[in-house]
Design a protein around this ligand. Structure first.
Ligand code: HEC
Ligand code: HEC
Length: 281
């Protein structure tokens, strides 16, 4: 009897552990894939179509949120670089990635949620761009007609060295960090390649043509962000370690189930409720 109770206890905890692992795997799978649909942020007005009203909104938001560091004319200060001539695409990337506004000038920009609505961010970007010509307008992020296998080749050659082949990102030398490429919009990926933020090398114009940029963007947003899981359950692309653990726990659970089943068959079942029989066991 004790054996059976013990087996049930073990079985119960195995089910629990398997369940918890299943849940966390599911949770990580959903969080890492559902953050942003690249198709969502395709339509953005070009700088030329920005209306005066939007520029006024952009100016107000800039004055309130950015000018304390970047200067009232966006020409920089001892705290932060000038943004003049940087273009709307650069400003859009830094704000939409949550890198800006910094809380304090010495903080490291790190990925977060955009503090503004999409239209407010575009207004700020277009306002800054209107102050001085230069840089690029916010790209549409349109990837129709892109060649995914070319994109994959170009990515391995040009990007994987820093961002890793899975796009998970990696620490570079010093305090530098090549961030994860997951959960970005096609607009943001285009902006990064075309504006070369921080320590990232410049690829465009130059190393990559416009069509090649589009191929890489398509590859990053489609294949890296949503890896095809051939013959397996996607566990959020956490790599062989996490997936191996889930496999281990599912396997252990199955073994326990089997052991319980074998134990059940070898033990006479009838009369187990009988307290007298219980005393004999
Ligand atoms: C607390 C100070 C602070 C505030 C507020 C701030 N920034 Fe910055 N910003 C910085 C610093 C410092 C850097 C340089 C960071 C780096 O290179 O790592 C920077 C960098 C940038 C860059 C990149 C410039 C380049 O040439 O690489 C952009 C674009 C930018 N900020 C836009 C903005 C916008 C737009 C706002 C307002 C929504 C804003 N920032 C608010 C301090 C600030
Ligand atoms: C030498 C290393 C290096 C290479 C090569 C490189 N990057 Fe980067 N990348 C960086 C760093 C560092 C940052 C962060 C910049 C910052 O924080 O200012 C970055 C930022 C980005 C971002 C913005 C991420 C975000 O959170 O918004 C994207 C997208 C990106 N890179 C894509 C690419 C693509 C695509 C390629 C290949 C064409 C590439 N990178 C090549 C180092 C690199």
């Amino acid at each position: 009897m004790m054996n059976r109770m013990l087996a049930k206890l073990i079985f119960g905890s195995a089910v629990l552990v398997t369940g918890i692992f299943g849940l966390s795997a599911f949770a990580s799978a959903t969080t890492s894939t559902s953050t942003t649909d690249p198709a969502q942020v395709v339509a953005t007005p070009s700088a030329s179509s920005a209306k005066a009203a939007d520029l006024a909104i952009g100016k107000t938001l800039f004055d309130e949120n950015c000018s304390s560091c970047h200067g009232i004319d966006a020409d920089g200060s001892s705290l932060a670089p000038s943004l003049l001539g940087g273009g709307a695409a650069m400003v859009d990337l830094w704000v939409s990635s949550g890198w800006m506004p910094l809380a304090v000038p010495t903080a490291q920009p790190s990925r977060g949620t955009d503090k503004f609505s999409r239209s407010q961010t575009i207004a700020i970007a277009n306002y800054v761009a209107s102050l001085k010509a230069g840089g690029l307008a916010i790209p549409t992020g349109d990837i129709t007609g892109a060649n995914l296998s070319l994109g994959q080749e170009l990515f391995s050659e040009n990007c994987a060295g820093c961002h890793t082949i899975t796009g998970a990102g990696d620490a570079l030398s010093g305090e530098l960090n090549a961030p994860s490429l997951h959960g970005l919009t096609t607009t943001q990926i285009t902006e990064a390649i075309e504006t070369a933020p921080g320590a990232m090398p410049r690829f465009y114009p130059g190393a990559l043509t416009k069509a090649q940029v589009r191929d890489v963007v398509a590859y990053v947003s489609k294949s890296i962000d949503h890896p095809a899981n051939v013959g397996g359950i996607g566990l959020g692309g956490n790599g062989p370690v996490a997936e191996g653990f889930v496999g281990l726990f599912l396997g252990v659970g199955a073994c326990l189930l089997f052991a319980l089943w074998v134990g059940d068959r070898s033990e006479p079942d009838e009369g187990s409720e009988d307290p007298q029989r219980e005393a004999h066991v």
